[in-house]
Design a protein around this ligand. Sequence first.
Ligand code: S3P
Length: 434
Amino acid sequence: MRAVIDPAEQPLRGSIRVPSDKSISHRAVLFAALAHGRSVVRDALDAADVRSSIEAVRALGAAVDVSPGDCGLSLVIDGWGDRGPAAPPHPVDCGNSGTTARLLLGILGGYQVSVTLVGDRSLSGRPMRRVTEPLARMGARFDLSPQGTLPVTVHGGPLVGCNHELTVASAQVKTALLLAGLRATGTTTVREPAPSRDHTERMLPVFGAQVEREDSLTVRVQGLQILRPAEVAVPADPSSAAFLAVAAALVPGSEVVLRDVCLNPTRIAFLDVMRRMGVDLSIAPGPDAGGEPVGDVTVRGGAPLRPADVPPHEVPALIDEVPVLAVLACAAHGATRFRSVGELRVKESDRLDATVHALHAMGAQARVEDDDLVVVGPANLHGAEFSSRGDHRLAMAFAVAGLVASGPVSIDGFEAVAVSYPRFSEDLHALVRG
Ligand code: S3P
C-alpha cells in the first residue's frame, strides 16, 4: 500500500493516547504463558507483533482469550505452568517480531522440547547467534541456518546457570538469558556494555520471580523459580509517541499532548535529546502502573533547534527512535551525530542505510561514518518517493518528514505500520485537523 503525506498546512493540535507499549505487551504475554494459572493483561498492544506472540504461546499450549479493551486488547491467559510447553506439529511463526523469536529461544531452551521457529523475510535475515550462543553455554542445543538466522530449531533440556558478558546492549538477549536462567540450576548473571530497556527486570517480580540488580549494567536471577499468574496493565508506547512528538516539534504553532506514555528512563532518551536540541516539551508524571512510570508529554512546535551529540552510552535507550530523530535533526542548525548506532543495520531493515537514502531523496545531508550517523541541517526538504522497506518505524519516520517537506512524500509499503501502530495515519490526520 502506498501512502501520500502532504505538507501540513496548519499546526498539529490535540491530545492522543498512542497504542500500548510493544515491549511490555510481548513480555506480559510470554510471562503469563510461563505462569501456572490465569493471568490478565489489560490494554495490550493490538498490532501484528503482539499477535505473533499470542499465536506463538497458543501454539505452545497456553490458552489465550482475546477481547477488545479500552486502549488495546484485554487478554486472559492460562499459562502452561508446571505442564511446560507442548511441541506443536508445525513450526511456530514469529512473523516480523524479533522480540517473540529471541525471547522464545530463551524460554524453550529450558524445557525438554524440540520446536522450530520461523519468521517473515525481514526476521529471517536477523542475527540469532547472539542468543543461541550464550544459551548453548547453559546447555540448550540449536539448529540454525548457515547464516545464523531463522529457521531455528531449539532442542531444550536441563540448563546450568552462567555468567554472561554481552558484547551488544540488547534487551532481547538479556531477557532470553534471564528467562533461561529461571529454569536453570544455580545463578545466571547478565552484564551489558550499556543499559538496555529493563521491562523484564520490572515485570518478572510482578509474576513472583526474584531479580537482583547489582548496578545499571548487571542483573542476576537464581534458578528454578516458578512464575505465578499476575495482572498487568500496559501503558502507551514511548516509541510510538516519538513520531507524534517529533511531528509536533517540527510544525510551528503545534501543541500536542501524548497521554499515559511509559516514562521508563531506559526508553525515553529521545525526550532528553529533543530537549537538548531546544524542543519545547514538558512531562507530567502520573501514578506508576505495573512497575513502570507513566505520564503525559506535551510538545510545542517551532522552537529553533540546535544539533545534538548522542553518545554511545545513550543509544540503547533511543535505538528505535534514531530514524525519527534524524528527521528532526534536518531542522537543526549544524551537524547532529548519533554515535555507535551500528545495531540499526540489523533491525527490521538496515535502518542506517534506509535513513540516509530517504534523507538524501528529500534533499537533506546525511552520511554514515563508521558506525556513526551524521545529519547536517538545516535542510529544505522536498517531496520524494521511496519504500518503507517493510519497516514500520521507517514508514512512520518518513511520514513525519513529509509534514515539513515542500511537496508530497509518497511511501510504498506503508502497511508495515501495522506491526506496532496500525492507526498511525488516522492519529496523525486527527492532529493535523486539530
Ligand atoms: C526490544 C529491544 C530492542 C528494540 C526492539 C524491542 C525488546 O531490540 O530495538 O524494538 O522488546 O526487548 P534489541 O534487544 O535487539 O536491542
